[in-house]
Design a protein around this ligand. Sequence first.
Ligand code: AMP
Ligand code: ZN
Length: 458
Amino acid sequence: MQLYNTLSRKKETFSPIKSKVGFYSCGPTVYHFAHIGNLRSYIFADILKRVLEFNQYKVKHVMNITDVGHLTSDADEGEDKMLKGAKREKKTVWEIAEFYTKAFKEDMNKLNIIEPNIWCKATDHIKEQIDMIKKLEKNGFTYTADGNVYFDTSKLDDYGKLAKLNLNAETKSRVKKDKNKKNKHDFVLWFTKSKFDKQEMKWDSPWGEGYPGWHLECSAMSSKYLGKQFDIHTGGIDHIPVHHTNEIAQSEASFGKKPWVKYWLHGEFLVLKEEKMAKSIGEFLTLQSLIDKKYDPLDYRYFCLGTSYRKPLTFSFEALDSAKNALNKLRNKILEMLEYPDVGKKDTEKYIEDFQVNINDDLNTPKALAAVWGMLKDEKVNNKDKYKTLIEFDRVLGLGLEEIKLNELPEEIQNLITEREHARLKKDFKKADDLRDKLKNKGYLIEDTDKGVRWKKA
Ligand code: AMP
Ligand code: ZN
């Protein structure tokens, strides 16, 4: 298996540290619904996990829930996201966190994303985060200024290696610089001086009552569940310059192990008319907004699989329609395969090989889908083998293909088809045509063939 490692900017052959793969995905900040861009990132992580399992690896997957209010800017500036959500909805931050965590898990479920083995909430791991700051303090990587504890990035000789940061470059920043920082990239490990009125989430600590900086939770929780060194860490590309860079700094300064994580994988952004989607902008597309427009959540999953996770993906409803049509075509093919499991030459090997080579080439899902369609169009392969192979491929694709069953017709639809058959037998073609239209409106296309009436989903 080849995976593109952001750390080396190269595709590398995957080889786990121990037999079980340790895999950590940065999870959502639960102050609002996830937008479909966020969900693209989790579909990518899901495909990665499924490909690992397809290759017979056992995987321990951990995902965090960020429920401590971190700031709208990654660089310790801006508004507290959780507080913003609470104000907007006139709820407590705890209620906001609970509500949007549940909503996120429901979205994952609808998209056939396999749940991680371990979910961990930042607010359940304050002690672990405080312990980590103590360790960093002991190792000489911190300083305190104006009540806050900072990480001193100048103490590391390779700070910024993930993002290949140029530490001397001046950046134009619209936000006011924190005068307490000794170095431009230093970041807060523990806030005691809250800039916000009514800060609800606060804990006691050796440095005073306050709350942890955002980056800390991922270092503290991943080491708790996966050990001080593990295999894979994922997130969106926006995490490279600050969040993941700072996770690496804290972890390597604390554990002394280099590299802390062997493979860093980052998903490119979903974009809308050339602009990235951001929850903080306020207006965004959720999975529910697609469902309201009569899309199946798996249409969106299929749409994401059509592009490599390392390429930006521009969202449009036309493109989503094409994905929907392709998925429906795939489902209809399955019904056909189930209904006519004819005999014939068995030759699925080359497609299996093609599929495997492509998913193992840094999760090339578009080419893997091409292998699927290549097999489906090949008339020399019998339907029974096609079906068996397709279901095997779906362990990676996660399109719920095994759930498609021949006699899955809802009773109401079955009754309408029978009624139409009776009308046809009585030569009442007007009624038969009306019923065909009615069925079409309900999403079923009816075809009269030599072998009898056939239906498929529109
Ligand atoms: P957040 O809840 O803001 O921490 O974001 C959750 C995940 O979504 C992170 O891994 C981000 O990198 C990722 N993300 C944010 N915006 C987008 C986008 N437009 N396209 C793809 N991934 C995104
Ligand atoms: Zn993280």
